[in-house]
Design a protein around this ligand. Structure first.
Ligand code: ATP
Length: 136
C-alpha cells in the first residue's frame, strides 16, 4: 500500500478539503504539477483551475480553485485560495449566470466603460466551474 499525503485546501470562508490523498495534481503558474508523499518542499502560485487528487479509496476527486498558492512539504500539501469548491458543491446555474454577466461586460467594454481584467478573470472562474460541474 502506498503512503498517503495530507491535502488541505483552505479559503477565507472555509476548509474545503482536509483529507489524506495518494497523489495531488494542481495547476501551477509554471504548469501542472503532481505531488506524492516524500516530495521535495516547494512553494508556487496557482492558476485558476482544477485540483485533482486520488483519495485513500482510489477515487478521483476534483476541486475548483480560484488561483492562490500551494505549499508542498514531504507529508502535506496546503492550498490557499480566495475561493474553492468541490465538484459536487458547484452550483452550475450560478456559474452560468456569472459567465453571462462576464461576457456581457466584456462586450460592453468595447465602449470603454468597464474593468476588462475583472470581467476576464470572472469569466475564467465561471468557465472552469461550468466545465468541472459538467464532467462526469
Ligand atoms: P459569483 O459572481 O457567482 O459570486 P464569483 O466567481 O465572483 O461568482 P467567487 O468570488 O469566486 O465568486 O466566490 C465567492 C464565494 O461564492 C466563494 O465562497 C465561492 O466558493 C462561492 N461560489 C461562487 N460561485 C459558485 C458556484 N458556482 N457554486 C458554488 N459556490 C460558488
Amino acid at each position: 500500500m502506498t503512503e498517503n499525503i495530507r491535502l488541505e485546501i483552505v479559503t477565507p470562508a472555509k476548509n474545503v478539503v482536509s483529507e489524506d490523498a495518494q497523489i495531488v495534481m494542481a495547476p501551477g503558474v509554471l504548469g501542472e504539477f503532481g505531488v506524492l508523499v516524500g516530495h521535495t518542499p516547494f512553494l508556487t502560485a496557482l492558476k485558476t483551475g482544477i485540483i485533482t487528487y486520488k483519495d485513500v479509496d482510489d477515487k478521483e476527486r476534483f476541486v475548483f480553485v480560484n488561483g492562490g498558492f500551494a505549499e508542498a512539504l514531504p507529508d502535506k500539501v496546503t492550498i490557499l485560495s480566495e475561493s474553492a469548491e468541490r465538484r459536487s458543491d458547484i452550483d452550475l446555474s450560478r456559474a452560468e449566470k456569472a459567465q453571462e454577466r462576464a461576457l456581457k461586460r466584456l462586450e460592453e467594454d468595447k465602449k470603454g466603460d468597464i474593468d476588462f481584467i475583472r470581467a476576464k478573470t470572472a469569466l475564467r472562474r465561471a468557465i472552469n466551474r461550468i466545465s468541472l460541474a459538467q464532467t462526469r
